[in-house]
Design a protein around this ligand. Structure first.
Ligand code: SF4
Length: 298
């Protein structure tokens, strides 16, 4: 189980610190996949990099099976148990070596398990002849799938995926989502994407972010059928169905911290929205909207 509580983090150097992620909470039970959705700049990648221990954490904690992943004694141990597949992960493939050679290297002297490779390749629609190829002989899409296969084969305890479906064709996306379902039996997975469609297809619990803040979280059925936040309502309109075709696009504009971050885009504003909005819970469904449920009757 992975539990993130009140996590704040950001980027800094000698000249100062800029907080990006603000008081973020997440609970990922074993066997579940958590999805994080939001537009670019909402803090999704910052969250993943903080879990990897790459960024300054100003507040909060992350517990894995009840132990802080930042604790001095466990830091190195957890470092080897988590993998982040970054948006630019194509670059991890070494140009001089075949794909199979690089897959064998993952086992670090242990037995090369060909059935694991076959399992990942089958889901990702990769043919066996890819194994003999050098990375330069493969298209970007194929190299991307090879990188995803490598991450899956390593079966880490925590797998963090940053926009993993970008550049994949639709049949590869479906195969990839099946692979995640299989993998989630033994791996805690956080799937970050600005494309809501694959997230709603595979994730059990979904977290909606904007401006580094959590605006809503809940199981996928509640978020799609009963969103508490108008921003979530906007996002789920893009999950395809016949009624959702030809919808008007609403460009978004960011608010200041002293008001709701969705203030300038929301059709339901009132004076109450010009304050810092607290995060509330209704059972296991969380939200950051001061006018819920009033706004649903506007
Ligand atoms: S707090 Fe106000 S501005 Fe923000 S989402 Fe709710 S109704 Fe809209």
């Amino acid at each position: 189980m992975l539990q993130i509580s009140n996590l704040s983090s950001g980027y800094g150097d000698k000249s100062g610190y800029t907080e990006v992620l603000k008081n973020f909470d997440l609970l990922l039970e074993d066997g579940e996949i958590a999805g994080i959705v939001g537009e670019s700049g909402s803090g999704k990648t910052t969250l993943l990099r903080t879990i990897m221990g790459e960024l300054y954490r100003s507040d909060g904690d992350i517990l894995h099976n009840g132990k802080s992943i930042f604790s001095r004694e466990l830091y190195s141990e957890f470092k080897s148990k988590r993998i982040l597949v970054r948006q630019d992960s194509l670059n991890i493939l070494k140009p001089k070596y075949s794909v199979e050679f690089q897959l064998k290297k993952l086992y670090k002297g242990g037995k090369y398990l060909r059935e694991d490779v076959d399992w990942a390749f089958m889901h990702l629609n990769l043919s066996q002849d890819v194994l003999e190829k050098l990375p330069a002989q493969l298209s970007d899409g194929t190299r991307h799938r090879v990188v995803l296969a490598m991450a899956a084969i390593m079966k880490p305890e925590i797998l963090l995926l940053d926009e993993p479906t970008t550049g994949l064709d639709s049949s590869s996306i479906l195969g990839f989502l099946n692979l995640l379902r299989d993998l989630s039996k033994s791996t805690s997975i956080i799937f970050v994407s600005s494309d809501v469609v694959p997230v709603f297809q595979v994730c059990h619990r979904i977290y909606v972010m904007k401006n580094g803040m959590l605006l809503e979280d809940g199981n996928w059925e509640n978020l799609i059928n009963r969103p508490y936040h108008p921003y979530t309502m906007d996002l789920v309109r893009y999950v395809p169905s016949m009624e959702n075709r030809n919808l008007k696009y609403n460009p978004t504009d960011n608010g200041e911290d002293s008001e709701c971050v969705f203030f300038r885009n929301c059709d339901h504003i009132s004076d109450q929205c010009r304050t810092i909005i607290p995060y509330k819970k209704n059972g296991d469904h969380g939200y950051r909207c001061i006018r819920y449920p009033e706004w649903t009757h506007d």
